[in-house]
Ligand binder design. Structure first.
Ligand SMILES: [Zn+2]
Length: 595
């Protein structure tokens, strides 16, 4: 970044009209020799923000923010010092001088400025064309059909490119731009018959600006469904780098800095609809693949970044891949999922901006969001499906920051949905590297059970509460009361469908559980074999049966409590607490008796 001379920075400071600059952000009232208003840096009801027009400084008695015009722009626009100086120089017509610029750098800078001016001309041209040309009627109809008013379209400088072959090329040529420059700026491309033609023809033009509002390129939408591609962008060039671009960033930064959050959506019209609805801290990532550069830019704009994702899973995958990379950064990333089949623009136009705000209120951290995705896509009815879900859950839990509230929440959620003990998910991650558990035979032998019929079964058996298997084995061992206790086991006591099938089989074949083992369900066979063999070997008693049953009852109540807490079902919680206490008392009494 080139450094400007101290003298030219002083001239910028002198040229600034402080009241006008600040007045664009907050209404100012003259009080004696100064101006006061509501502070743009903190939320307040009574004015404590003061501007001294003569000395060109501001001060807030509320939050202590203070400084000169450059500091004001840095803070309200989230720009760095040189960028703030450049913006003010532009605005107040001051020519900046650079300190000792080397000739090659100066040449590059001049070329860049020339290309920027060329793109700016094109933007102004497209913009005029949208409002003034009969060719653009369909475009205007399309935009208003999406509920977008003239104000927001003008704010974002939306335009229309003429359908003719070379309007932009010809006009720029007349003003002394070379075809090579037009091509370098992404506005022209070689035609089939030699020469250059306009790159954008007959399309709605969305100017892609940098943080300071300088147009670097365009996203262009075709009007007819038949025309491909539907979206045509400026290709990578000296000015425009796709991966860095956020549509609307120049209009979102101020509010993002003030509210401490920025909202990233997928499409141009989503951003326009949100700004129109008052959520002006919104930008578009333009496509499903969020890049690390975009994430960095979002993080610079605000401490909290909301990603509003389409319900479409393939799009989410691309976004989440990048979002995982954001964990290392100093930014809080939250994901809000759009309802199936709708996008932010449709939602805002049908249900208002409040509907979108509500979605943001329900946004989740990336690990929590991924946990819900995992459960939604898993087939939890089959042991194999559960196995696979557990496989996927472990790295997911591991990816949440250790000892964080997020990890606790993810573990609670997954444990509940996958019907495993929470400690199972965490100890698996911390103590057993992924992959080791896949040696199913070892796992099975360690637990003294029959050989696992296939990989994964032993792990699933770990997952099902060991206590449940012990209890069924005890029922078989203590034959006098076992049958009756087994019949008390309802679905809520058992943490998986697999264990429920074991209970049913054992109840049907109580006298000889190893009879009629299903050939097509190796998981069930292995579990029944285990409890049957343990039932033959182990001693049991009625007290032990009672105690274990109470422990299962306690587990059941705690599982339901977790569920009720998450659902905010307070009535259910009120019922469950005394039930839990009652069971605890019984357990304590029994323990006292049996000791
Ligand atoms: Zn303040």
């Amino acid at each position: 970044m080139a450094l400007y001379t101290r003298e030219s920075i002083e001239r910028v400071r002198d040229a600034v009209d402080m009241v006008e600059l600040v007045g664009a952000r907050t209404d100012l009232r003259r009080v004696g020799g100064s101006y006061t208003g509501l502070c743009p840096f903190h939320e307040e009801r009574t004015p404590s923000f003061s501007v001294n027009a003569e000395k060109k400084v501001f001060y807030c008695f509320g939050c202590g923010e203070s400084g000169d015009a450059i500091r004001f722009v840095e803070a309200t626009e989230a720009l760095d010092f040189p960028a703030a100086v450049e913006m003010l120089a532009d605005r107040y017509g001051v020519e900046l001088r650079r300190e000792n610029e080397d000739p090659r750098a100066e040449q590059r800078r001049r070329r860049r400025e020339r290309l920027l001016a060329l793109v700016e001309r094109a933007a102004a041209y497209y913009e005029r064309y949208l409002w003034e040309s009969g060719d653009a009627r369909a475009a205007r109809d399309y935009l208003s059909g999406r509920g977008l008013g003239e104000q927001v379209l003008r704010d974002f400088r939306i335009g229309f490119s003429p359908p003719a072959w070379d309007r932009v090329v010809a006009a720029a040529g007349r003003d002394g731009y070379r075809a090579e420059e037009l091509a370098a700026a992404g506005l022209a491309q070689p035609g089939r018959n030699g020469g250059f033609i306009d790159r954008f023809r007959g399309r709605i033009m969305f100017p892609l600006a940098d943080a300071r509002g300088r147009v670097l390129g365009f996203g262009a939408r075709s009007l007819s469904e038949a025309e491909r591609p539907k979206y045509l962008n400026t290709s990578e060039n000296e000015l425009y780098h796709k991966g860095r671009q956020l549509f609307g960033i120049h209009r979102a930064r101020g509010m993002a800095a003030k509210r401490g959050r920025i909202v990233a959506v997928e499409g141009y019209t989503d951003v326009l609809a949100l700004h129109q609805g008052g959520i002006t801290e919104s930008v578009a990532i333009m496509g499903t693949a969020l890049t690390q550069e975009q994430l960095a830019e979002l993080g610079r704009a605000a401490g909290t970044v909301y990603l509003a994702m389409d319900a479409d899973r393939s799009g989410q995958e691309a976004m989440l891949r990048a979002a995982r990379g954001a964990r290392e950064r100093d930014v809080e990333l939250l994901v809000a999922e759009m309802p199936e089949g709708t996008d932010p623009a449709e939602l805002v136009s049908s249900d208002g901006a409040e509907a979108f705000e509500r979605l943001l209120d329900g946004a989740l951290s990336v690990p929590e969001f991924e946990a819900r995705r995992l459960v939604a896509s898993a087939d939890l009815r089959t042991p194999h499906g559960r196995d696979r879900a557990i496989d996927a859950a472990r790295p997911l839990v591991g990816s949440a920051p250790a000892n964080s509230a997020t990890r606790d929440e993810v573990v609670r959620f997954l444990a509940d949905k996958l019907d495993v003990e929470p400690s199972f998910l965490t100890t698996q991650i911390e103590e057993r590297p992924i992959g080791v558990a896949d040696r199913g035979a070892d796992g099975a032998r360690r637990h003294g059970a029959a050989r696992a019929p296939r990989a994964g079964v032993s792990r699933d058996r770990d997952a099902a509460s060991r206590k449940e298997r012990t209890f069924i084995a005890m029922c078989l061992a203590e034959r006098r009361h076992g049958r009756e206790y087994l019949s008390r086991l309802d679905d809520g006591h058992l943490s998986s469908d697999a264990m429920r099938a074991v209970r049913d089989h054992v109840a049907r074949h109580f006298d000889d559980p190893l009879v009629d083992l299903p050939a097509d369900d190796p998981m069930l066979s292995a579990l029944v074999t285990e409890v049957a063999l343990r039932g033959e070997r182990e001693a049991s008693s009625q007290d032990a049966l009672r105690l274990t049953f109470l422990e299962l009852e306690l587990q059941r109540i705690e599982r339901e409590l977790r569920h009720a807490t998450r659902e905010r079902d307070f009535e259910r919680q009120r019922d469950l607490w005394p039930a839990r206490e009652g069971v605890k008392v019984q357990i304590n009494e029994l323990m006292g008796q049996t000791q």
